[in-house]
Each structure stands twice: as C-alpha cells, then as structure tokens.
Design a protein around this ligand. Structure first.
Ligand SMILES: [Fe+2]
Length: 166
C-alpha cells in the first residue's frame, strides 16, 4: 500500500482544543452527545457553506465555528444561560493563541458562535450558516423525528438541497 501522509489543517488544531474539553465531560452520555452534536454541526456547516457557493477556506471556518458553537454549553454542567455568547468569549483566546487565524477570521467565527441561538433572527451570511448547521445536525441525527425536521430552518434547507421526500 502506498504511504499516505495526510495534510494537517486548522480543523485538526481545533479538534485538539475541542477533544480536550469533551474528554473532560464526566457523564459518558453527555460526552457522546458533545462528540455527535459538535462534530456533526461542523460537518453540516461545511456542507451548507459549499452548497452556498463558498470555497474550502470559508467552509473550513464554518466547520470550525460549528465545532465550537456550543463549547460552554457542554463544558459547564447544567443550564448555561447565554451559552452562545459565553462560548464565543471562551473560544476567542484559545483560537487566537494558536496563531493560525487572522483577526478577521476570529471575528467571523466568534460572531457566528455568538449569534447562533437567535434562530428566529436573520444575521450575516456566515452566522446563518452556523444556525442552519446546528438545525441540520438536530434533524439528521434522527431523520424520522418530526420535531426537528419540521423546524422552519430545516423545511427551508430541504428545499435548498432539493429534498422532496420526508
Ligand atoms: Fe447546538
């Protein structure tokens, strides 16, 4: 077999930050939820970004924002008020310390994270991708569950992705 050397990207840098937090969650079911929801949202955000005509660098930023969008919600046990804003404030210095992001990219990512709870409001294009990725992960993790598939963002995404079957 040919030797395969994979390329490490900023997603790998962020994975190290994220895994450290997730492995710190005591309840194994919450830990499972964190892995599934955060990585799943990251991938959904990347898919939506590509679908909306963006390039790989933009999709990478969307993926990273999706991976980190609920950081504080999972890091702090119990109900976390303002978890979107808290997560943005929490991850900003960690991302900055990697030295791999420009100030503009940090602003994009953290604005998307801070805005993601405001699902009924329309924000900038990047923030909307994070909201839709969050909604899409809830839908796809259990495709037959009507509650999430009927949420208005998922109804819109079914149209956007040309999905006509329920
Ligand atoms: Fe979420």
């Amino acid at each position: 077999m040919e030797d395969f050397e994979r390329e490490f990207t900023r997603v790998d840098t962020v994975r190290a930050i994220l895994d450290k937090m997730i492995f710190g969650i005591e309840d194994p079911f919450e830990q499972r939820n964190a892995f599934v929801h955060l990585y799943g949202t990251g991938q959904a955000c990347a898919l939506i970004a590509f679908k909306r005509g963006h390039d790989g660098i933009y999709a990478e930023l969307a993926c990273i924002a999706g991976m980190l969008h609920d950081f504080s919600k999972f890091e702090i046990p119990g109900d976390v008020p303002e978890h979107a804003k808290k997560s943005a404030v929490r991850v900003w210095p960690m991302l900055r310390a990697t030295g791999e992001f420009t100030e503009e990219e940090l602003t994009m990512i953290c604005t998307g994270i801070a805005n993601h709870s405001m699902k009924e409001r329309k924000d900038d294009e990047f923030s909307e991708i994070i909201k839709d990725g969050d909604a899409m992960q809830h839908w796809l993790r259990n495709p037959a569950e009507a509650y999430f598939s009927e949420k208005s963002r998922n109804v819109e995404m079914r149209k956007e992705f040309g999905i006509t079957e329920d």
